[in-house]
Ligand binder design. Structure first.
Ligand SMILES: *[C@@H]1O[C@H](CO)[C@@H](O)[C@H](O)[C@H]1NC(C)=O
Ligand SMILES: *[C@@H]1O[C@H](CO)[C@@H](O)[C@H](O)[C@H]1NC(C)=O
Ligand SMILES: *[C@@H]1O[C@H](CO)[C@@H](O)[C@H](O)[C@H]1NC(C)=O
Length: 296
């Protein structure tokens, strides 16, 4: 018994706490206060699809006479759909959703206020809120409109990094939405540290990403460029095998060239020196001869 008293919280506090929680639960359930339920995960759709953003009251509750709102806070005006007593208030709606959103009127009596959005666009990506002002209930629904036009990454050889004795590779992939991340991996799947990823956004809203990396010989030579989008679980990758002589030829050939240049310069210098030396000796010889002639 004594042990049970030694808990982290004193018993009276714990009791008060559980009573409080019980009251909160009791209030919502027994006052007939249903909860609005949205999906637990983000919805992923393709551009051009029709999608349903699920949102319903539990337990079921007739909302056909209520004001119902769908909004997205990043929009101005933020209303995606508003209705009062089953009549849409179109004037409030953001123009970008004109003619594209609707509720299922027959479902309202069951508390189902799911929203249909027709022909979704990339720009429809965002977090939506369904809201019933009378009940002060709301739920959030996350929508991601993904592109299915992503291209496999293309790896190209972009030069030699003489300082590090490495090969510089470039990778590019286009047609992404939402914005993806680009990773370089070595043959063992280790992340390589690369330059910053450059991101371009085309007029069609789609992203093109590119990045360069310097691969050294120690990285093993099977290199992967992976482009991935976590929200949509999309991933594309390309492998490249960098032949070993790519690392060796440039450095060794430059060494040979430098060696050749140095020995050539030395040879020329020696040649010049010996010529000068010979000429001088000859002159001295001649001069001494002529001096001799002069005096004697
Ligand atoms: C709400 O209505 C939509 C459209 O008919 C339907 O797809 C969805 O399953 C309904 N939700 C519930 C919880 O009944
Ligand atoms: C390179 O590595 C990838 C996995 O990282 C593997 O699928 C591929 O077969 C490898 N290629 C070569 C040539 O070893
Ligand atoms: C992505 O993958 C994870 C785990 O594999 C899964 O739980 C999740 O539902 C997937 N998401 C989508 C949008 O497919």
């Amino acid at each position: 018994m004594a042990h049970q008293q030694d808990g982290l919280f004193p018993q009276p506090l714990l009791k008060a706490f559980s009573v409080l929680i019980f009251h909160i639960l009791l209030k919502d359930v027994c006052n007939g206060q249903p909860q609005l339920i949205g999906p637990s995960q983000a919805l992923v759709a393709r551009a051009g699809d029709d999608v349903i953003l699920p949102c319903h009251l539990e337990p079921a509750y007739d909302v056909s006479t209520k004001t119902l709102e769908w909004t997205r806070s990043s929009l101005d005006p933020r209303f995606v759909y508003v209705s009062r007593a089953s009549q849409e208030l179109e004037k409030l709606k953001n123009p970008s959703f004109k003619g594209r959103t609707s509720l299922f009127v027959d479902e309202l009596k069951y508390g189902n206020i799911s929203l249909k959005i027709s022909k979704v666009k990339f720009a429809d990506t965002g977090t939506y809120k369904c809201f019933i002002p009378d009940l002060e209930k709301e739920a959030l629904v996350k929508l991601v409109v993904a592109s299915d036009a992503a291209t496999s990454p293309i790896i190209s050889f972009s030069g030699i990094d003489k300082n590090r004795g490495g090969v510089v590779l470039q990778c590019e992939s286009a047609g992404w939405y939402p914005e993806p991340e680009l990773l370089w991996l070595d043959g063992e799947g280790n992340l390589l540290s690369a330059g910053p990823t450059e991101t371009l956004r085309g007029p069609d809203d789609l992203y093109t990403v590119s990045s360069t990396v310097t691969v050294e010989k120690r990285h093993s030579n099977n290199i992967t460029c992976r482009v991935q989008q976590r929200n949509t679980n999309q991933s594309r990758e390309t492998h490249i095998h960098v032949p070993e002589d790519f690392f060796e030829i440039p450095s060794s050939s430059s060494a040979v060239i430098i060696g050749l240049a140095v020995s050539l310069a030395l040879c020329i210098m020696l040649l010049i020196l010996s010529v000068v030396f010979l000429v001088r000796r000859k002159r001295k010889h001649l001069m001494s001869k002529s001096l001799i002639n002069y005096y004697f």
